[in-house]
Write a protein that binds this ligand. Structure first.
Ligand code: SF4
Length: 356
Protein backbone atom coordinates (compact mmCIF):
# COMPACT_ATOMS: atom_id res chain seq x y z
CA UNK A 1 0.00 0.00 0.00
CA UNK A 2 1.28 3.48 -0.86
CA UNK A 3 1.57 5.58 2.25
CA UNK A 4 -0.05 8.52 0.44
CA UNK A 5 -3.21 6.44 0.03
CA UNK A 6 -3.60 6.84 3.78
CA UNK A 7 -2.04 10.23 4.48
CA UNK A 8 -3.58 12.23 1.62
CA UNK A 9 -7.25 11.73 2.45
CA UNK A 10 -6.40 12.13 6.13
CA UNK A 11 -4.65 15.45 5.52
CA UNK A 12 -7.51 16.72 3.33
CA UNK A 13 -9.95 15.78 6.07
CA UNK A 14 -7.75 17.55 8.63
CA UNK A 15 -7.79 20.75 6.55
CA UNK A 16 -11.55 20.82 6.82
CA UNK A 17 -12.34 19.19 10.15
CA UNK A 18 -9.17 19.05 12.25
CA UNK A 19 -8.81 20.85 15.57
CA UNK A 20 -6.75 23.99 15.03
CA UNK A 21 -7.97 26.34 17.74
CA UNK A 22 -6.59 24.72 20.86
CA UNK A 23 -4.48 27.16 22.89
CA UNK A 24 -1.25 25.17 22.48
CA UNK A 25 -1.70 25.13 18.69
CA UNK A 26 -1.67 28.89 18.18
CA UNK A 27 2.07 29.64 18.12
CA UNK A 28 3.34 26.25 19.17
CA UNK A 29 6.77 26.00 20.71
CA UNK A 30 8.31 22.92 22.30
CA UNK A 31 7.43 24.00 25.83
CA UNK A 32 3.74 24.62 25.09
CA UNK A 33 3.36 21.38 23.16
CA UNK A 34 5.23 19.48 25.87
CA UNK A 35 2.98 20.77 28.68
CA UNK A 36 -0.17 20.09 26.64
CA UNK A 37 0.95 16.57 25.68
CA UNK A 38 1.67 15.68 29.31
CA UNK A 39 -1.66 17.08 30.50
CA UNK A 40 -3.50 15.23 27.72
CA UNK A 41 -2.15 11.85 28.83
CA UNK A 42 -5.15 10.00 30.33
CA UNK A 43 -7.17 13.23 30.23
CA UNK A 44 -9.61 14.69 27.72
CA UNK A 45 -9.08 18.00 25.94
CA UNK A 46 -12.13 19.64 27.54
CA UNK A 47 -10.74 18.93 31.02
CA UNK A 48 -7.23 20.04 30.14
CA UNK A 49 -8.18 23.45 28.69
CA UNK A 50 -8.72 25.31 31.97
CA UNK A 51 -5.71 23.66 33.66
CA UNK A 52 -3.45 24.44 30.71
CA UNK A 53 -4.41 28.13 30.64
CA UNK A 54 -3.82 28.60 34.37
CA UNK A 55 -0.57 26.63 34.27
CA UNK A 56 0.83 28.65 31.38
CA UNK A 57 -0.11 31.95 33.00
CA UNK A 58 1.91 31.02 36.07
CA UNK A 59 4.70 29.07 34.30
CA UNK A 60 5.02 30.68 30.87
CA UNK A 61 8.41 29.11 30.11
CA UNK A 62 10.82 26.38 31.14
CA UNK A 63 12.75 28.68 33.46
CA UNK A 64 9.72 29.68 35.50
CA UNK A 65 8.69 26.04 35.86
CA UNK A 66 12.18 24.91 36.86
CA UNK A 67 12.50 27.56 39.55
CA UNK A 68 9.09 26.86 41.15
CA UNK A 69 8.70 24.61 44.18
CA UNK A 70 7.15 21.17 43.77
CA UNK A 71 4.35 22.32 46.07
CA UNK A 72 3.46 25.19 43.82
CA UNK A 73 3.55 23.12 40.63
CA UNK A 74 1.30 20.51 42.23
CA UNK A 75 -1.11 23.21 43.36
CA UNK A 76 -1.67 23.98 39.65
CA UNK A 77 -2.14 20.25 39.01
CA UNK A 78 -4.66 19.74 41.83
CA UNK A 79 -7.67 17.79 40.58
CA UNK A 80 -6.08 16.75 37.28
CA UNK A 81 -4.91 13.41 38.72
CA UNK A 82 -1.84 11.29 37.92
CA UNK A 83 0.32 13.70 39.91
CA UNK A 84 3.59 12.06 38.87
CA UNK A 85 3.04 13.91 35.58
CA UNK A 86 3.30 17.28 37.33
CA UNK A 87 6.29 16.24 39.43
CA UNK A 88 8.10 14.89 36.36
CA UNK A 89 7.33 17.99 34.33
CA UNK A 90 9.10 20.13 36.92
CA UNK A 91 12.01 17.69 37.23
CA UNK A 92 12.42 17.65 33.47
CA UNK A 93 12.36 21.48 33.35
CA UNK A 94 15.20 21.52 35.90
CA UNK A 95 17.16 19.05 33.74
CA UNK A 96 16.61 21.20 30.64
CA UNK A 97 17.96 24.22 32.53
CA UNK A 98 20.97 22.30 33.81
CA UNK A 99 21.87 20.16 30.81
CA UNK A 100 20.58 22.13 27.82
CA UNK A 101 21.00 25.69 28.99
CA UNK A 102 17.26 26.20 29.17
CA UNK A 103 16.60 25.27 25.53
CA UNK A 104 14.35 22.29 24.95
CA UNK A 105 16.47 19.50 23.36
CA UNK A 106 15.97 18.74 19.68
CA UNK A 107 17.18 15.13 19.54
CA UNK A 108 14.60 12.40 20.06
CA UNK A 109 16.87 10.43 22.42
CA UNK A 110 17.57 13.49 24.56
CA UNK A 111 13.86 14.26 24.82
CA UNK A 112 13.02 10.66 25.70
CA UNK A 113 15.64 10.73 28.46
CA UNK A 114 13.73 13.49 30.29
CA UNK A 115 11.50 12.37 33.19
CA UNK A 116 7.93 11.54 32.17
CA UNK A 117 8.48 11.60 28.39
CA UNK A 118 8.11 8.41 26.36
CA UNK A 119 8.66 7.75 22.68
CA UNK A 120 5.24 8.90 21.49
CA UNK A 121 5.25 12.11 23.55
CA UNK A 122 8.79 12.92 22.39
CA UNK A 123 7.71 12.34 18.78
CA UNK A 124 4.64 14.52 19.24
CA UNK A 125 6.63 17.44 20.71
CA UNK A 126 9.34 17.36 18.04
CA UNK A 127 6.92 16.90 15.17
CA UNK A 128 4.22 19.36 16.24
CA UNK A 129 6.56 22.09 17.48
CA UNK A 130 9.70 21.55 15.36
CA UNK A 131 8.29 19.78 12.26
CA UNK A 132 10.73 16.90 12.65
CA UNK A 133 9.82 13.59 11.08
CA UNK A 134 8.70 11.31 13.94
CA UNK A 135 5.80 8.92 14.28
CA UNK A 136 3.50 9.01 17.31
CA UNK A 137 1.48 6.29 18.99
CA UNK A 138 -0.77 7.61 21.71
CA UNK A 139 -4.04 5.90 22.69
CA UNK A 140 -6.03 7.46 19.85
CA UNK A 141 -3.47 6.53 17.21
CA UNK A 142 -3.21 2.98 18.54
CA UNK A 143 -6.96 2.60 18.13
CA UNK A 144 -7.01 3.95 14.57
CA UNK A 145 -4.10 1.74 13.45
CA UNK A 146 -5.35 -1.38 15.23
CA UNK A 147 -8.66 -0.99 13.37
CA UNK A 148 -7.26 0.05 10.04
CA UNK A 149 -4.93 -2.97 9.91
CA UNK A 150 -7.17 -5.25 12.03
CA UNK A 151 -4.35 -5.88 14.50
CA UNK A 152 -5.57 -8.13 17.29
CA UNK A 153 -4.23 -8.30 20.81
CA UNK A 154 -3.83 -5.88 23.68
CA UNK A 155 -1.57 -2.92 22.82
CA UNK A 156 0.19 -3.33 26.18
CA UNK A 157 1.79 -6.53 24.84
CA UNK A 158 5.20 -5.95 23.31
CA UNK A 159 4.52 -7.92 20.12
CA UNK A 160 1.33 -5.93 19.44
CA UNK A 161 2.97 -2.64 20.33
CA UNK A 162 5.91 -3.35 18.01
CA UNK A 163 3.50 -4.06 15.18
CA UNK A 164 1.63 -0.81 15.80
CA UNK A 165 4.86 1.20 15.92
CA UNK A 166 5.96 -0.37 12.67
CA UNK A 167 2.70 0.68 10.98
CA UNK A 168 2.90 4.14 12.52
CA UNK A 169 6.46 4.59 11.17
CA UNK A 170 5.50 3.27 7.72
CA UNK A 171 2.52 5.59 7.33
CA UNK A 172 4.00 8.83 8.68
CA UNK A 173 4.78 11.03 5.68
CA UNK A 174 8.00 13.00 5.32
CA UNK A 175 6.09 16.19 4.52
CA UNK A 176 3.35 17.84 6.60
CA UNK A 177 4.26 15.68 9.56
CA UNK A 178 2.85 18.11 12.14
CA UNK A 179 -0.55 18.19 10.45
CA UNK A 180 -0.46 14.45 9.87
CA UNK A 181 0.24 13.62 13.52
CA UNK A 182 -2.37 16.08 14.71
CA UNK A 183 -4.81 14.59 12.17
CA UNK A 184 -4.21 11.08 13.52
CA UNK A 185 -4.91 12.24 17.06
CA UNK A 186 -8.01 14.13 15.93
CA UNK A 187 -9.33 11.20 13.92
CA UNK A 188 -9.08 8.93 16.97
CA UNK A 189 -10.60 11.55 19.27
CA UNK A 190 -13.50 12.63 17.06
CA UNK A 191 -14.48 9.88 14.56
CA UNK A 192 -12.68 6.64 15.36
CA UNK A 193 -13.85 6.75 18.95
CA UNK A 194 -13.76 3.84 21.35
CA UNK A 195 -17.49 3.06 21.43
CA UNK A 196 -19.10 4.44 18.29
CA UNK A 197 -16.74 4.93 15.38
CA UNK A 198 -18.30 7.05 12.66
CA UNK A 199 -16.98 5.07 9.71
CA UNK A 200 -19.24 6.69 7.07
CA UNK A 201 -17.52 10.04 7.76
CA UNK A 202 -14.00 8.62 8.01
CA UNK A 203 -11.43 9.74 5.43
CA UNK A 204 -9.56 6.41 5.48
CA UNK A 205 -12.60 4.16 5.50
CA UNK A 206 -11.78 2.75 2.05
CA UNK A 207 -8.74 0.83 3.24
CA UNK A 208 -9.87 0.06 6.80
CA UNK A 209 -9.92 -3.69 7.46
CA UNK A 210 -11.98 -3.51 10.63
CA UNK A 211 -14.63 -1.50 8.78
CA UNK A 212 -14.65 -4.08 5.97
CA UNK A 213 -15.04 -6.85 8.53
CA UNK A 214 -17.86 -4.86 10.15
CA UNK A 215 -16.39 -5.05 13.63
CA UNK A 216 -14.30 -1.94 14.41
CA UNK A 217 -15.34 -2.03 18.06
CA UNK A 218 -13.47 -5.32 18.44
CA UNK A 219 -10.17 -3.46 18.00
CA UNK A 220 -7.95 -2.88 19.82
CA UNK A 221 -8.42 -5.70 22.31
CA UNK A 222 -8.96 -4.33 25.80
CA UNK A 223 -6.49 -4.83 28.59
CA UNK A 224 -7.16 -8.20 30.23
CA UNK A 225 -9.48 -7.48 33.14
CA UNK A 226 -8.10 -7.77 36.64
CA UNK A 227 -10.43 -7.26 39.55
CA UNK A 228 -9.20 -4.28 41.53
CA UNK A 229 -8.68 -5.03 45.20
CA UNK A 230 -10.76 -3.11 47.74
CA UNK A 231 -8.95 -1.36 50.58
CA UNK A 232 -10.25 0.69 53.49
CA UNK A 233 -8.82 3.60 55.41
CA UNK A 234 -9.80 6.26 57.94
CA UNK A 235 -8.96 9.90 57.27
CA UNK A 236 -8.89 12.33 60.14
CA UNK A 237 -10.43 15.78 59.78
CA UNK A 238 -8.80 17.25 62.88
CA UNK A 239 -10.02 20.78 63.44
CA UNK A 240 -8.47 23.20 65.92
CA UNK A 241 -10.33 25.79 67.98
CA UNK A 242 -9.96 28.29 65.12
CA UNK A 243 -11.54 25.95 62.63
CA UNK A 244 -8.32 25.06 60.78
CA UNK A 245 -7.69 21.49 59.64
CA UNK A 246 -4.47 19.59 60.14
CA UNK A 247 -2.84 18.51 56.88
CA UNK A 248 0.25 16.41 56.37
CA UNK A 249 2.47 16.34 53.33
CA UNK A 250 2.84 12.91 51.77
CA UNK A 251 6.18 11.45 50.77
CA UNK A 252 7.20 12.66 47.33
CA UNK A 253 6.91 9.22 45.73
CA UNK A 254 3.99 6.81 45.73
CA UNK A 255 0.29 7.44 45.99
CA UNK A 256 -0.59 11.15 45.91
CA UNK A 257 3.16 11.75 46.18
CA UNK A 258 4.09 15.28 47.29
CA UNK A 259 0.44 16.29 47.87
CA UNK A 260 -1.05 17.58 51.10
CA UNK A 261 -3.42 15.12 52.69
CA UNK A 262 -5.20 14.20 55.92
CA UNK A 263 -3.68 11.98 58.59
CA UNK A 264 -4.61 8.47 57.55
CA UNK A 265 -5.09 5.30 59.62
CA UNK A 266 -5.80 1.66 58.92
CA UNK A 267 -7.87 1.19 62.09
CA UNK A 268 -9.78 3.23 64.65
CA UNK A 269 -7.37 2.02 67.31
CA UNK A 270 -4.42 3.38 65.34
CA UNK A 271 -6.19 6.73 65.09
CA UNK A 272 -6.89 6.74 68.86
CA UNK A 273 -3.27 5.95 69.68
CA UNK A 274 -2.08 8.72 67.40
CA UNK A 275 -4.38 11.32 68.98
CA UNK A 276 -3.25 10.17 72.41
CA UNK A 277 0.44 10.42 71.58
CA UNK A 278 0.20 13.72 69.69
CA UNK A 279 -2.40 15.58 71.74
CA UNK A 280 -2.95 13.61 74.91
CA UNK A 281 -6.52 13.11 73.76
CA UNK A 282 -8.66 10.04 74.07
CA UNK A 283 -11.62 10.11 71.69
CA UNK A 284 -13.41 6.76 72.02
CA UNK A 285 -16.05 7.54 69.44
CA UNK A 286 -15.05 10.16 66.89
CA UNK A 287 -17.73 11.53 64.62
CA UNK A 288 -17.73 9.24 61.59
CA UNK A 289 -18.87 10.61 58.27
CA UNK A 290 -20.33 8.33 55.60
CA UNK A 291 -17.69 6.30 53.77
CA UNK A 292 -17.08 6.86 50.08
CA UNK A 293 -15.04 5.11 47.44
CA UNK A 294 -12.13 6.58 45.48
CA UNK A 295 -10.68 4.54 42.64
CA UNK A 296 -6.98 4.53 41.83
CA UNK A 297 -5.52 2.86 38.74
CA UNK A 298 -4.84 -0.37 40.64
CA UNK A 299 -7.28 -0.49 43.59
CA UNK A 300 -10.45 0.95 45.12
CA UNK A 301 -10.05 2.81 48.39
CA UNK A 302 -13.02 3.10 50.78
CA UNK A 303 -12.45 6.21 52.86
CA UNK A 304 -14.20 6.84 56.18
CA UNK A 305 -13.67 10.42 57.37
CA UNK A 306 -13.42 11.01 61.13
CA UNK A 307 -14.17 14.51 62.38
CA UNK A 308 -12.57 15.59 65.65
CA UNK A 309 -12.66 19.17 66.99
CA UNK A 310 -10.04 20.34 69.48
CA UNK A 311 -11.62 22.74 71.92
CA UNK A 312 -8.52 23.85 73.73
CA UNK A 313 -6.02 26.29 72.18
CA UNK A 314 -3.31 24.36 74.04
CA UNK A 315 -3.72 21.42 71.72
CA UNK A 316 -0.96 22.31 69.27
CA UNK A 317 0.99 20.04 67.03
CA UNK A 318 4.73 20.00 67.21
CA UNK A 319 6.38 22.05 64.50
CA UNK A 320 7.19 20.09 61.40
CA UNK A 321 7.77 21.02 57.77
CA UNK A 322 5.35 18.38 56.64
CA UNK A 323 2.41 19.52 58.77
CA UNK A 324 0.23 22.58 58.59
CA UNK A 325 -3.00 23.90 60.06
CA UNK A 326 -4.90 24.71 56.91
CA UNK A 327 -7.47 27.44 56.83
CA UNK A 328 -10.14 27.83 54.20
CA UNK A 329 -8.81 29.32 50.98
CA UNK A 330 -5.15 29.24 52.03
CA UNK A 331 -2.66 28.85 49.19
CA UNK A 332 -0.78 25.67 49.94
CA UNK A 333 0.34 23.01 47.50
CA UNK A 334 -1.38 20.23 45.61
CA UNK A 335 -4.44 18.55 47.05
CA UNK A 336 -5.96 15.37 45.66
CA UNK A 337 -9.58 15.81 44.54
CA UNK A 338 -11.19 13.76 47.39
CA UNK A 339 -9.21 15.74 49.98
CA UNK A 340 -10.34 19.04 48.43
CA UNK A 341 -13.94 17.85 48.59
CA UNK A 342 -13.66 16.78 52.22
CA UNK A 343 -12.11 20.12 53.17
CA UNK A 344 -14.87 21.99 51.34
CA UNK A 345 -17.47 19.91 53.23
CA UNK A 346 -15.94 20.46 56.65
CA UNK A 347 -15.51 24.21 56.11
CA UNK A 348 -19.06 24.50 54.82
CA UNK A 349 -20.32 22.63 57.88
CA UNK A 350 -18.32 24.94 60.15
CA UNK A 351 -19.83 28.04 58.51
CA UNK A 352 -23.35 26.63 58.91
CA UNK A 353 -22.71 25.85 62.58
CA UNK A 354 -21.32 29.38 63.15
CA UNK A 355 -24.41 30.89 61.55
CA UNK A 356 -26.94 28.80 63.41
S1 SF4 B 1 -13.23 3.38 8.99
FE1 SF4 B 1 -14.08 3.39 11.03
S2 SF4 B 1 -12.86 1.93 12.16
FE2 SF4 B 1 -11.74 2.41 10.32
S3 SF4 B 1 -10.34 4.04 10.93
FE3 SF4 B 1 -12.20 5.00 10.10
S4 SF4 B 1 -13.53 5.37 11.86
FE4 SF4 B 1 -11.92 3.92 12.48
Amino acid sequence: MKKTAFSQPLLSWFDQHGRKHLPWQQTPNSYQVWVSEIMLQQTQVKTVLAYYTRFMQRFPNIESLASASEDEVLSYWSGLGYYARGRNLRKAAIRVMQEFDGTFPQQLDDVMALPGIGRSTAGAILSLACHQHHAILDGNVKRVLARYFAISGWAGKKAVLDQLWQKAEELTPKKCVANYNQAMMDLGATLCTRRQPECPRCPVQKGCLAHQQGNPQDYPNPKPKKIKPERTTYMLLLQNHQGDILLEKRASTGLWGGLWSLPQFDTLLEHQNWLQSQFGLFIPQPQQWPSFRHTFSHFHLHITPLHVVLNSPNNVVMDADNRVWYNNGQQLGGLAAPISRLLADVFEQTVQEDES
